[in-house]
Design a protein around this ligand. Structure first.
Ligand SMILES: [Zn+2]
Length: 478
């Protein structure tokens, strides 16, 4: 058994306790030494004062102790929306690179999307192909999304049944998709799938932008030879997201499916979702760091313009503020990354914005981002930050052993240094494609160490990386 001594653990709100955590592959106990609040240690000076008072009393020191160094311990972060591209699109990203990047970002479990691997995870055979390809190649634990694309719609009932048995976390569908291998569904098809998923209580994740609105503007602009970032963002406008969300709320209401709107970008959309929730509809939303930090004005910066492209695109300042407000009011399920990398030297260089690959590799930056921009800037509490990064996803997707620092759970522990800072440098990223719109942004937080089921898999100061293959497939329990 190991003991991680002298770590701060969040108990509620901005309340903490100084504790020792005992664990092997599971957490055995969290032993409280003393209680405190964030205000007691919120600056380096206050923290030093706190430590010298504690150390003058006593604390546990044994041979098998890992010194926690008075850092914050949180349950290993879970990123429920990533595209790690193995197998199939590994010229963009692969599970080795991405899982190492995740560990450096304090992430111990990801849920990989079904659409950016070949074959896509649309049936049991394809699921097994992907599991074989990833097995022994991941540093962190992984769960899978299944999906229903237009190209395999005819067999969806059989596939949902079999994939659910295999422990798939949920099912993804698109109202609009640019992918040949995984095409979009009509609203009627989405409703049919929703009826089926509602029987099992399985989540349905939806990419929500109305296809007709987007493609009619896009086609008109392309015909006129217009190809700027404005043309792109005007085609994927707020109206397109709002129109789709209205349709989807109706579907969720009628079918009682557990619906998740992924990468929500606009304030108007979150208002509609809040209203639906208060009417008893089982609908939730996630958003991503880029929607919480950038606005469309940032496309004027040529050095990050192409790196910031995503679908939907980032919106305006008022949208950003409303997303933060929703997080502070516990009106969103989680903050995910939609991690989607590429080789920037090939796919991020076009002057024609339609041709630029859309996707941001964010798995390494999400945890420091949310602590720095959310918690330290007092937009959300410490407890909310941890819920949005870990606990909520474990509960939502029934990953029973994850998401909490309590006895019996997997010893997935991330140590966060809230008294240190980093300046984002893409050259130091661990994902395959080394680029980010967050280049040169300062995060007042550093992820110090990551443990997966009791094993140290990342130690920043010693530049230590654990053994590839340590990660295993995690089944959703329901
Ligand atoms: Zn995605």
């Amino acid at each position: 058994m190991k003991i991680l001594s002298n770590v701060f653990v969040c108990t509620s709100g901005n309340n903490l306790e100084l504790a020792d955590i005992s664990f092997d592959d599971k957490i055995k106990s969290v032993r409280k030494i003393t209680e405190l609040t964030w205000d007691d240690i919120s600056t380096n000076e206050k923290k030093q004062r706190f430590i010298s008072e504690i150390e003058s009393k006593k604390h546990l020191q044994r041979k098998d102790t890992i010194y926690g160094n008075y850092l914050l311990a949180m349950p290993g972060a879970i990123d429920p929306h990533v595209h790690f591209d193995t197998p199939g699109f590994e010229f963009r990203e692969d599970i080795e690179h991405a899982s190492i990047a995740a560990a450096f970002g304090g992430v111990t479990t990801i849920i990989d999307m079904p659409c950016t691997s070949i074959p896509p995870v649309t049936n049991l055979e394809n699921f097994n192909t992907k599991l074989q390809a990833i097995r022994n190649r991941s540093l962190i634990d992984f769960a899978f999304w299944g999906g229903i694309g237009g190209n395999c719609f005819f067999d969806y009932k059989k596939n949902i049944f079999e994939l659910r048995e295999a422990g798939i976390a949920g099912f993804k569908v698109y109202t609009i998709s640019g992918m040949k291998e995984f095409s979009d569904l009509t609203y009627d098809q989405i409703k049919s799938v929703a009826i089926n998923l509602a029987e099992y209580g399985k989540p349905m994740a939806v990419h929500a932008e109305d296809k007709f609105i987007v493609t009619s503007i896009m086609n008109e602009r392309i015909k006129l030879g217009k190809n700027s970032w404005q043309d792109y963002t005007e085609s994927r406008n707020t109206k397109a997201e709002v129109f789709a969300i209205k349709k989807l709320i109706q579907i969720a209401e009628e079918t009682k499916v557990k619906m998740l709107i992924v990468h929500l970008s606009s304030g108007e959309s979150i208002k509609l979702i809040q209203q639906a929730i208060s009417n008893g509809v089982d609908i939730s939303a996630e958003t991503c760091p880029h929607y919480l930090y950038f606005t469309s004005d940032d496309f004027n910066k040529t050095e990050i313009r192409n790196y910031l492209k995503s679908a939907p695109p980032v919106k305006d300042k008022s949208d950003k503020n409303q997303l933060w407000k929703a997080l502070s009011e516990n009106q969103m399920a989680f903050v995910s990354t939609d991690h989607a990398g590429c080789n920037p030297d090939n796919e991020k260089i076009s002057e024609n914005f339609w041709e630029v690959y859309g996707g941001i590799p964010g798995v390494e930056h999400r945890v420091p981002f949310l602590f720095s921009e959310g918690f330290l800037k007092k937009k959300i509490t410490l407890e909310q930050t941890i819920n949005l990064l870990s606990t909520n996803a474990a509960e939502y997707f029934n990953l029973g052993m994850k998401g909490k620092l309590s006895a019996g759970k997997d010893a997935d522990i991330t140590l966060i240094d809230l008294w240190n800072y980093q300046i984002v440098d893409s050259k130091k990223m661990h994902s395959k494609g080394k680029y980010t719109p967050f280049e040169k942004v300062k995060f007042n937080v550093v992820v110090d160490k990551t443990f997966l089921r009791g094993e140290l898999i990342m130690d920043l100061k010693n530049n230590f990386v654990g053994k590839i293959g340590t990660g295993k497939y995690i089944k959703s329990e329901k």
